[in-house]
Design a protein around this ligand. Structure first.
Ligand code: CUA
Length: 180
């Protein structure tokens, strides 16, 4: 094998910098495309809430938790707390955009809904918001996926996806999970 000259090395380095440059460029474009064209963003809208008075707040008081239809928009509110969710079950209609809003009064929790794009951290002091459309009806598991203490493994709730025709909010626009 012929000995490599300084020039060979420089050329090789140049080739690799082009490869790396193109890779970084492609990834950057993919991120910009996802964020600006497809509106896929981290579920962390910077919206603050006083964690000490979550249950007294206008939005996350007990009477307002769960699913509610507001101006035609389905909004589901859940409080994640050591070591349960309030409410334990929420009902949502299939094939309609649902806005899910979460907050925590104590420590950091995480929420995901199995088989959907819903996956966010729930940080005390902030409201985490996720939009989703549930395609399949049935009960979905919503476990806490951020270690939050000794009861973490017992912390989960149910998202009940019902056919659109069976989704019947009351006069106040609230919809509750019926007993299975
Ligand atoms: Cu809450 Cu883990």
């Amino acid at each position: 094998m012929a000995a490599r000259t300084e020039q060979d090395v420089v050329r090789s380095e140049l080739r690799w910098s082009i490869v790396v440059g193109l890779t970084v460029g492609a990834i950057s474009l993919a991120i910009l495309w996802a964020g600006l064209v497809r509106f896929i963003n981290p579920p962390s809208n910077i919206e603050t809430i006083d964690p000490n008075s979550v249950h007294l707040s206008a939005e996350f008081n007990e009477a307002n938790l769960g699913t509610r239809v507001e101006n035609g928009q389905v909004v589901t509110r859940v409080v994640a707390t050591q070591f349960s969710f309030a409410p334990q079950c929420v009902v949502v209609p299939a094939n309609r955009q649902v806005t899910l809003r979460f907050t925590s009064p104590d420590v950091i929790h995480g929420i995901l809904v199995t088989g959907t794009n819903v996956n966010t951290m729930v940080v005390p002091g902030y409201v985490a918001q996720v939009h989703s459309v549930f395609r399949k009806t049935g009960d979905l598991l919503m476990p806490c996926h951020e270690y939050c203490g000794l009861g973490h493994s017992q912390m989960w709730a149910t998202v009940r996806v019902v056919p659109e025709d069976d989704f019947k909010p009351d006069a106040d626009g609230r919809a509750l999970c019926e007993k299975p």
